[in-house]
Design a protein around this ligand. Structure first.
Ligand code: SF4
Ligand code: SF4
Length: 315
């Protein structure tokens, strides 16, 4: 490992980064301008990916069907808006101490270039669409930096944490030895992520991934399925057409229908940065994690299984 790479890697590890990968800028040549690191830093030579684990314990409340606030506050909002930006700034400062420019890239979850898509993690009302904002494709960039592979669910899978991590990046003009891109070996096309979704938001397969209906995902992330949401009362969604089909995840919603459903799914105080509470608790990723654990392909081992027995379902 070259000097600067070693310095950055050790520093990052000491600051709480769980995964780090380096990709040379040539790997990004073919990306459109709005996703290309060269649009942000034309003299860039390297992109550095930093991965932060989402603790298994963060999913416990959802697994038990008891508490849901912890996952969204701690595993999503706290990581994305507090912990990751702090660590990112410190590592960028370390790189700039060496005389190279370091451009931090955190996720801006409320900005979308699409005109009628949504970000299922966020309150749809707070999203700004059609922004022409330059933002890296976080999953593709993580893969290009050698951190992991994309599973059929669309999530990045790593040997350490399966689908349980979040990312940020640094674009720098420092030329740093790159890491190899990971060979695909974790996703075995089992389809369990798709089966686990309470809203059938993962659809047909295209380019090795299931197509995600983002509006469907948003509505069912927020708890539209009555068999997977202990807060929904028997008379829920009374004024919504096809309410039983909606409540059992059997109807594909249009954007307008998904908005009407979400307007009736308010169970917790609002989140400061615009996050919507996840009632599904990333059921797709949890199913994937369980499958990877069963196949014994994850590096990190635990004394107890992530889930014992069957997932719960309400009558
Ligand atoms: S659940 Fe199966 S198909 Fe889905 S991403 Fe994981 S390994 Fe791939
Ligand atoms: S399980 Fe949740 S996050 Fe995953 S696709 Fe379905 S609704 Fe979206």
């Amino acid at each position: 490992m070259t000097g600067l790479k070693h310095i950055i890697s050790e520093f990052a590890k000491n600051k709480g980064v769980d995964l780090i990968g380096f990709g040379s800028i040539q790997r990004f040549n073919d990306l459109p301008a709005l996703q290309n690191p060269l649009t942000i830093l034309p003299e860039a030579k390297t992109v550095i990916a930093l991965g932060f684990r989402v603790l298994r314990g963060m999913f416990r409340g959802v697994e038990e069907g008891t508490t849901y606030y912890q996952y969204t506050t701690m595993a999503v909002e706290m990581l994305e808006e507090v912990f990751i930006p702090n660590v990112l700034l410190e590592i960028c400062s370390k790189i700039e101490d060496s005389g190279f420019t370091a451009v931090p890239q955190k996720r801006f979850q409320l900005l979308m270039n699409e005109t009628d898509e949504t970000n299922p993690e966020m309150d749809y009302v707070r999203i700004y669409r059609n922004t022409k904002n330059v933002q890296l494709d976080f999953n593709k960039t993580a893969v290009a930096c050698g951190i992991g592979e994309i599973g059929k669910s669309g999530s990045v899978l790593t040997d350490d944490f399966g689908p349980f991590q979040r990312f940020c990046f640094i674009i720098t003009d420092a030329e740093i030895e790159e890491d190899p891109v990971a060979e695909k070996h974790l996703c075995d096309n089992c389809g369990k992520c798709r089966q686990a979704c309470p809203g059938k938001a993962l659809g047909e397969e295209k380019d090795g991934k299931y197509i995600l209906n983002t509006w469907q995902c948003a509505a069912y992330t927020q708890g539209a399925n009555i068999t997977k949401n202990p807060f929904l009362k028997p008379d829920a969604l009374m004024d919504i057409p096809d309410r039983l089909k909606v409540l059992y995840g059997e109807k594909q919603l249009t954007p307008l229908e998904a908005k009407a459903v979400m307007d009736r799914l308010l169970f917790y105080p609002s989140f400061r940065h615009g996050y919507a509470v996840s009632i599904c608790g990333r059921a797709c990723d949890r199913a994937c994690y369980i499958h990877l654990e069963e196949r014994n392909v994850l590096k990190r081992k635990f004394h107890n299984k992530f889930r014992e027995g069957q997932d719960w379902v309400l009558e």
